[in-house]
Design a protein around this ligand. Structure first.
Ligand SMILES: Cc1cc2nc3c(=O)[nH]c(=O)nc-3n(C[C@H](O)[C@H](O)[C@H](O)COP(=O)(O)OP(=O)(O)OC[C@H]3O[C@@H](n4cnc5c(N)ncnc54)[C@H](O)[C@@H]3O)c2cc1C
Length: 497
């Protein structure tokens, strides 16, 4: 959790004045918000336990305005936090007390949908789902589908390398973006990637995607579109224990099948969602798997038969196959509504995100079960099982003293287990502020220094979303000592962050 700090009013006036002076007079006041009443809605993202009122919020309506804002900030040495819809779950868009939030909310135009090239060119504030809606008239859609797709923006998706149910078969954001236009802190526009499948030179597009707003501000994105499959069907398979369900996931992939989606929900998740959504889930199962096939009618029929055989062989206790589009949507509705449903059984939840080799699913689920006892908190598991991307939802009550701290410690222990079994501390939600200490567990100093060098290559003054995602040596030293000495005041001689 963060302790909010406030910034002197004089500095706020100075920076707001400089920004307004650089913008056309008729828009200056609507683009630059400095009254705390106006900036309050931006004080957090989806990780609402972390809050900080920004000094200023800017809402540019053009790429030129983005460049002007960056230039003023560079001149006055003001940190900048880019922001899309603020649905991020790791505090990536958490403001900085003496910083400017640069929101892309008004850069929300679909520039072009090219049905022949199967691409769309969009501004960064366009919502993920709006791209598919615009492409639907051509029988096309944008495949990466975060559960937040109704709200989250493509700029945020690029910054987080977001995933979703369909990413197992169709790839993450990085596999579905061809080109980005980026405003740099130097006030230049650069283009990474190209409209073609490859671009000359080093693959800086792949470096940029997933860089969490620390290298530049995305001002335009070209995405790939894919044809909507003719048919899709989903299997709901029940299992008597989570270990068998975890092993069934590995068996599907080992059988050479790449489902269009392969998701797992444990008993806590199923029982939390079913009364809310009435998806028809098996509430007696210890875990259910949702496994989708898409393609032509013939391909789907053949794949569903193979998947069914694998699940039967892997010990499924019941299998249901959707018989209509309405039933398929109903099966998915429970999975898609799992996060909101958590609010019905717990005042607060803390959503972790770690990725592990699929064959380790059973071991990690067992480990989480044991940690529920250790930390005295419940955890529900609903996640992208096919990708090995776990989303443990730790349930707690913010009003109970110490529960949030215990939830944070529980989350950090899960991430440490992910690293121990050969996985990573994030799958799709990024590092942001939430997991910055866990970066010290995952990486050594030399690797972290190399990440800083990449940042410096794009952002010499270190003003773009600083203090996020990459921990400083001091931070790791503090974190290490904290853990070794059980909370004793660490390294008093080092500056605190
Ligand atoms: C209910 C729920 C379900 C979710 N499900 C999924 C899921 O299935 N898969 C998944 O991957 N994520 C999921 N998320 C997390 C979140 O929606 C994604 O990380 C999403 O990509 C964030 O987009 P945003 O527009 O809200 O970005 P924000 O939260 O505003 O910002 C996220 C990061 O991107 C940076 N950023 C934003 N715009 C720009 C830009 N134009 N240029 C440079 N940097 C920028 C910010 O600085 C920040 O670091 C979920 C969140 C919620 C609340």
């Amino acid at each position: 959790m963060t302790t909010p700090i406030s910034v002197p009013a004089e500095r706020r006036r100075q920076v707001a004045g400089a920004l307004r002076a650089r913008l056309p007079a008729h828009v200056a006041n609507s683009v630059v918000l400095s009254d705390p009443e106006d900036t309050r809605p931006y004080e957090c993202d989806g990780l609402a336990a972390y809050r900080q009122l920004p000094m200023i919020v800017t809402l540019p309506t053009s790429e030129e305005q983005v460049l002007e804002i960056l230039e003023v900030c560079r001149e006055l040495k003001v940190p900048i936090v880019p922001r899309g819809a603020g649905t991020g779950l790791s505090g990536g868009a958490l403001p900085i007390a003496d910083g400017v939030v640069l929101s892309t909310a008004r850069l929300n135009r679909i520039v072009k949908v090219d049905a022949y090239a199967r691409t769309a060119v969009v501004q960064p504030g366009v919502r993920n789902l709006a791209i598919s809606e615009a492409a639907a008239q051509f029988g096309l859609y944008y495949a990466p589908d975060p559960s937040s797709q109704i709200a989250c923006t493509i700029g945020g998706n690029v910054a987080e390398n977001s995933g979703g149910v369909h990413c197992l078969k169709y790839g993450l954001t990085v596999h579905n973006v061809l080109r980005v236009r980026v405003a740099t802190i130097e006030g230049e526009i650069i283009e990474l990637g190209s409209e073609a499948l490859d671009a000359p030179g080093l693959d800086l597009l792949a470096v940029f995607i997933g860089s969490e707003g620390m290298l530049g501000v995305v001002t335009e994105v070209t995405v790939k579109l894919v044809p909507k499959p003719a048919v899709a069907q989903v299997i709901m398979a029940s299992f008597g224990d989570v270990i068998t369900a975890g092993n069934a996931v590995a068996s599907i992939i080992a059988a050479g099948i790449i489902p269009a989606g392969l998701e797992m929900m444990d008993r806590t998740s199923v029982r939390m969602v079913e009364p809310f959504v009435h998806a028809g889930y098996d509430v007696d199962a210890a875990a259910i798997l949702l496994c989708e096939a898409d393609g032509t009618a013939l391909e789907v029929a053949e794949e569903i038969a193979r998947m069914t055989a694998v699940f039967e062989g892997a010990g499924a206790t019941a299998i249901a196959v959707s018989q209509s589009e309405a039933e398929r949507m109903r099966f998915w509705s429970g999975r898609k509504n799992a996060f909101p449903a958590a609010g019905r059984i717990s005042p607060d939840y803390y959503c972790m995100d770690g990725t592990i080799p699929r064959k380790q699913l059973a071991r990690v689920l067992q480990g989480i079960e044991q940690m529920e006892q250790t930390f005295g908190l419940r955890c529900s598991n609903v996640f992208h099982a096919g990708d090995g991307n776990m989303h443990p939802l730790i349930l707690f009550d913010m009003n109970q003293p110490g529960e949030f701290e215990r939830a944070e410690a529980f989350g950090a222990a899960i991430l440490a287990l992910c690293v121990e079994v050969g996985g990573t501390i994030t799958g799709e939600h990024g590092v942001g502020m939430e997991k910055i200490d866990s970066m010290c567990v995952q990486f050594g100093r030399k690797e972290l220094d190399a990440f800083f060098e990449v940042k410096r290559a794009f952002d010499v003054p270190m003003l773009l979303n600083p203090d996020k995602a990459i921990p400083t040596p001091h931070r790791c030293a503090e974190f290490g000592k904290l853990h070794v000495h059980g909370g004793a005041l660490p390294f008093p001689e080092l500056p605190r962050f």
